[in-house]
Write a protein of this length. Structure first.
Length: 176
């Protein structure tokens, strides 16, 4: 996984260096590999991955942003981060440098859990509690994604809103 991400970074960085209109451009990345027992996640930038279990929802990735660093260092709260004037300053992105550090982690997960991969277009507009509330087995995955995107767009939606949801269902189940 890491080798592939580093290769993508190299390709994007080379493209930017060969095309002046692309100099300084970058992109974020979240990726997950899932099987029945565990998930391996990776990220670069401020797109996020969340894991929702029956007990809790937690963010698995760290935002590689100025505001993310301010939150981690205790200088501002999560609530203050939502409205910080420099919340879109990304400190680490694919394609902006010849080499990049990729955060990778592997954790166990159980049946009934949800994995949500999303861009900051969603998390800039919705609080974690709102996202958690929508991730429910009573709803189809497509309906959950549509509702989250609708809510983010209602609140301004000036950035792209990308969502992938994986539901760890029992083997042989026809649940989505």
């Amino acid at each position: 996984m890491e080798a592939t991400i580093l290769d993508i970074n190299s390709h994007l960085n080379n493209h930017a260096n060969e095309n002046k209109q692309c100099v300084g451009m970058g992109t974020t990345l979240v990726v997950a590999i899932c099987n029945e027992q565990f998930i391996t996640v990776a990220n670069v930038g401020d797109s996020r991955i969340y894991l929702k279990t029956p007990e809790e929802m937690k963010q698995l990735t760290d935002d590689h942003s100025l505001v993310g660093e301010l939150v981690r260092s205790g200088q501002i709260t999560e609530d203050e981060a939502m409205f910080h004037p420099r919340k879109n300053v990304v400190l680490r992105a694919l394609g902006t440098e010849p080499s990049i550090k990729v955060d990778i982690d592997t954790i166990n997960w159980d049946e009934g859990s949800y994995l949500l991969l999303c861009s900051d277009g969603l998390t800039d507009k919705l609080m974690d509690e709102e996202i958690n509330e929508k991730l429910s087995p009573e709803n189809k995955l497509e309906d959950i994604a549509d509702e989250l995107i609708r809510l983010a767009n209602e609140r301004g939606g000036e950035d792209n809103i990308t969502i992938t949801i994986v539901h760890h269902t029992p083997e042989g189940s026809d649940q989505e």
